[in-house]
Design a binder for this molecule. Structure first.
Ligand code: PLP
Length: 349
């Protein structure tokens, strides 16, 4: 019998699931790396564990100390879980416009929660700066800094990428991912491209984020906004800098709402909002590239973490997203159109 000594040991080794409906529709095999299977319920458990283990190894973090992090929620949940496993406390600094379900989960894991008004990054009250200043003010606090701490990408280079390679038996042609810190796309693109230099990496970006524009022009500019959480960024951070990206595409929230409904109805998978964007990106990449390809993307978390937004009729109505088509046909037609294909950025980065 193999016994785990604590929950942190359960992080990783998630399944790879073929999305039947979209695979049949495109003639590609579209796979979901089921990151919701991590004990904290999201892909960010991996970054949390690696950041903590590396800091412990460097002697920066010890049992009895407090981990502090600015987070959209999932990294905080991952860190809270890992903190418990190693006898530490957790303080999460979070903007107060994120789904309330994540605040609740953080509290259930025993984290202290500090919520702040959302504001631009240049404002010292931004959750990122508030987290750093907490660590500066308290000697026994350690700031995880998921944006600049490359243990985050390392988690995916050391674990997620090798898992995907093994599970797909070396048959992955296309990797699709959104980016928040960029840890996921960086670590996985680095590892998988080392195994298969012909592998193509797609970045899918929501409205309100500047990454798509950055890939296009080198400048962070955005338009609109998005109901997604934990993804999209307006500045170049160290984890994202390590990513190797071939193509970029921006997709609106209406696309992810359609995809979320379709995959829920057809496959019984209730995707979180960033995962729905990833799957829309995977559909796009599959149609763009033609049949016969193996496409891998991430189910970063489940719809439970987006229940008050993506699966809330009143909220969708308020955002003008309620009338998005349930059927995916219109989306497929749109993705096949030349107009949409012309929006793809081929980076060569
Ligand atoms: C639900 C969800 N999806 C995706 C991401 C982005 O992952 P990464 O920070 O590795 O780019 C995050 C990050 O917080 C997240 O919470």
């Amino acid at each position: 019998m193999i016994l785990a000594r604590h929950q942190a040991e359960l992080i990783g080794n998630t399944d790879l699931l073929r999305i039947h409906s979209l695979s049949e529709l495109t003639g590609c095999d579209i796979y979901l790396k089921c990151e919701f299977q991590n004990p904290g319920g999201s892909i960010k458990d991996r970054a949390a564990l690696q950041m903590v283990q590396d800091a412990m190894q460097k002697g920066q973090l010890k049992s009895g100390m407090t981990i502090v992090e600015g987070t959209a929620g999932n990294t905080g949940i991952g860190l809270a879980l890992v903190a418990k496993s190693y006898g530490m406390q957790m303080l999460a600094v979070m903007p107060n416009d994120q789904a309330k379900e994540k605040e609740r989960v953080l509290e259930l894991y025993g984290a202290k929660l500090m919520t702040v008004d959302p504001c631009p990054f240049v404002n010292p009250n931004h959750f990122y700066h508030r987290a750093r200043s907490q660590a500066e003010q308290h000697k026994d606090h350690w700031w995880a800094n998921q944006f600049e701490n490359t243990s985050n990408a390392r988690a995916h280079y050391l674990h997620t990428g090798p898992e995907i390679w093994k599970q797909s038996q070396g048959k992955v042609d296309i990797l699709v991912s959104a980016a928040g810190t960029g840890g996921t796309i960086a670590g996985n693109s680095m590892y998988l491209k080392e195994q298969n230099p012909d592998l193509k990496v797609w970045l899918v970006d929501p409205d309100g984020s500047g990454i798509y524009h950055y890939l296009k022009s080198g400048e962070y500019k955005n338009h609109g906004s998005s109901i997604t959480e934990g993804i999209g960024i307006m500045r170049l951070v160290e984890n994202f800098r390590q990513a190797s990206i071939d193509y970029g595409i921006n997709l609106p929230d209406s696309d992810l709402v359609t995809i979320a409904r379709y995959v829920r109805n057809k496959d019984g998978i209730v995707l979180g909002s960033s995962s729905a964007l990833n799957v829309a990106g995977a559909l796009f990449a599959a149609l763009y590239s033609g049949p016969g390809k193996s496409v891998v993307t991430f189910a970063c978390d489940l719809g439970e973490r987006s229940a008050s937004k993506l699966y809330n009729t009143a909220y969708l109505q308020q955002k003008g997203l309620l009338d998005c088509p349930k059927d995916v046909t219109a989306l497929v037609e749109k993705y096949r159109s030349q107009k949409q294909r012309d929006k793809v950025v081929n980076t060569g980065i």
